[in-house]
Structures are given as C-alpha cells and as structure tokens.
Ligand binder design. Structure first.
Ligand code: C2E
Ligand code: CA
Ligand code: CA
Length: 308
C-alpha cells in the first residue's frame, strides 16, 4: 500500500513505492505493508539491482560455488551443494539471501535456476570424466517447483549434458514442499522418476505436516543450520540439541538419511555422529569454493583414496 504524498505525484513513483511495500510484506509472508516515506532510496537501489541481476544472468557472470558434504561413516566427501554467487562490479559480493529473493520477486528465478543447473551439470560431468564420483545437489526455489515445465526442463538439461539422474539431488525447502502439497508431490515424484534424489532443506524451520512428509518422495532431511548452531559438545540438554535428536529419530523412522548443515566445530560433529547423523556440511570441513578449488580438493581426495 502506498499513499499519495507531496513527492509521489506521478504514477510511476507511486507504483514503485507500492512495490517496495510489497517486498517488505512478502518477506513477512502472508501480510500487508504501507510504504514508509524515505524508503525511496531503497526502492531505487532494489530496482537497479533487479536490472543488474538481469544483465549478470544474460552475461553469464553469476558464478556457482560448491560446498562438499562429508559422509561421517567413511570420512569422505561424497556430494557437493551448488550455491549461486554474484560478484557485483561496484558493490562486491551480494548475498544469495538477497539476490535470490530479488530473482524470485522479479520473475528471474527461473533464469537463475537454469543457469545454476547448467553450470552444475557441466562441472559435474567434467569431474566425472576425471574419475570423481561425487553427487551434485542443486537448490530449487518454490517458484521453480511450481513451474509446469520444470520436470521437462530438468530432463532436457540432464540429457544434454549426459548426466545420469542418480548423480543429481534437488533441495527443496520444507516450506516450499508444503506450499501446495498435491501439486508438489506429483512434480517431485516425476523428478524421482528421472532418478533424482530429493532433500528437504531447512528442515524444522517451517510448519511440518508429518503425514504429508511421509507422502513426499524424499531421500534426505537437511537439519537447518539454526539448530546445529545451538549444539555444542557437552550440550546434551539444550532445546536445539533435543530438536536435532528428534529430527534424526524422525528421519530414521521414515527411513530417510540426515544431512546436518552449518557444522562449524568438532563438538557439533561428535554430537551428530553419536546420534546417528550420516552426512555433514559446514565451514568446519570446507567453505563453498569456486569450481577450480573444489576440483583440486576432490582430486586430492581421489588420490589419497587410491593410495591407501
Ligand atoms: P541453503 O540452501 O540453506 O544453503 C546453505 C547456506 O549455508 C549457504 O549460504 C552456505 O554458504 C551456508 N553455510 C554452509 N556451511 C556453513 C557454516 O558452517 N556456517 C555458516 N554460518 N554458514 C554456512 P549461501 O551460499 O549464502 O546461500 C544462502 C541461501 O541462498 C541458500 O541457503 C539457498 O536457500 C539460497 N541459494 C543459494 N544458491 C541458490 C540457487 O542456486 N538457487 C536457489 N533457489 N537458492 C539458492
Ligand atoms: Ca540448500
Ligand atoms: Ca539452511
């Protein structure tokens, strides 16, 4: 909602003010918001970013970084997550939390998702040719999940790059998966039919319907970083530790594997290992890396493996 004031006399300005209020409302979820005078600077920069993102996507300058997950049983990296990176020419690195939201609000998230999927498949095939048998996880926004062409598009990309579906994992947040249960189960089952694994991301942060979770063709639950944050070594008792234990137990009874994200210290790993978590990802092991650095890490692991 934007109100006409002394500075908002023309339609375009008023519409832009309404837009920024809408952004704020969207961030809060199902809500409404009034434009606050003075937000105009933010409007302008947000609109500029929208245009610049469009250009960066067209130029192919959005990069894809990779963060590995360690298999806690073997101690080896067996998969990586693709994470989009935007290095703005003047503003430097812009957080994906910001530009993914801008992409979603400005109808560009399909283009962003296609770009990330392209690059991830290309890099994955190059690694496989070097004998590196890791799997690749790609994030899918709720808007992509609702795109009626999504399955066909992903199938074509796999075919184009000769990527086997079983090499790929799709991460969908819990709230996205729960957004339109009937339609999403159908879409996710079609992706599963391509051999793709499904991970429920940010698990524990949304409103979970356990009966719906049971119907989802999921393979992995990803425990959100916010819970892992609250777990420390001697911490048998905190609420976060209780939640993490409960999620692992839930996953076990639904026969899903558990990935914990955001591990930053040894104590967290010990806790997770002790409670039966299979996979872990976090700065403690490795920060997201550009392709060349990730390849070097995976090659070193391959050599160490064949030597011993
Ligand atoms: P996410 O899917 O939950 O990704 C995990 C985020 O946690 C990443 O942030 C990663 O860098 C960060 N992280 C990993 N380990 C640690 C740790 O030990 N400590 C801390 N503090 N952080 C850690 P990033 O790359 O900033 O991405 C933020 C979010 O943006 C992602 O959250 C995801 O929702 C979204 N995103 C990123 N790339 C894409 C993409 O290509 N497509 C879509 N749809 N969303 C993306
Ligand atoms: Ca993710
Ligand atoms: Ca997360």
């Amino acid at each position: 909602i934007a109100l006409v004031g002394p500075q908002e006399q023309d339609f375009d300005t008023l519409a832009r003010c309404a837009d920024i209020a809408m952004y704020r409302a969207k961030r809060r979820g199902n809500s409404y918001a009034f434009y606050v005078p003075g937000e105009a600077g933010e409007v302008t920069s947000r609109f500029a970013l929208e245009g610049e993102l469009r250009k960066a996507l067209a130029d192919g300058t959005i990069e894809v970084y990779y963060q590995p997950r360690i298999n806690l049983e073997t101690g080896r990296y067996d998969s990586v997550e693709a994470l989009a990176r935007w290095h703005h020419p003047e503003q430097g690195a812009i957080s994906p939390g910001i530009f993914v939201a801008i992409a979603e609000e400005s109808g560009q998230v399909g283009a962003l998702g296609r770009h990330v999927m392209e690059v991830a498949c290309r890099d994955l095939v190059a690694w496989r040719k070097r004998g590196i048998a890791v799997r690749m996880a790609v994030n899918l926004s709720v808007f992509e999940l609702q795109d009626p062409d999504i399955v066909l598009r992903i199938a074509r990309t796999l075919q184009h790059h000769r990527v086997d579906g079983s090499w790929l994992e799709i991460e969908v947040t819990e709230s996205a998966a729960m957004s339109d249960p009937e339609a999403n189960v159908a879409t996710l089952e079609q992706l599963k039919a391509l051999g793709i694994d499904l991970a429920i991301d940010d698990f524990g942060t949304g409103y979970s319907s356990l009966s719906y979770l049971k119907r989802l063709p999921a393979d992995f639950l990803k425990i959100d970083r916010s819970f892992v944050d609250g777990v420390t070594q001697d911490d048998g008792r905190s609420i976060d530790a209780d939640i993490v234990r409960a999620i692992i137990a839930l996953a076990q009874s639904l026969e899903l594997q558990v990935i914990a994200e955001g591990i930053e210290e040894a104590g967290q790993e010990q806790f997770l290992r002790r409670h039966g978590c299979q996979l872990a990802q976090g700065f403690y092991y490795c920060k997201p890396q550009p392709e060349a650095a990730m390849l070097a890490i995976l090659e070193a692991q391959l050599e160490a493996g064949s030597a011993g």
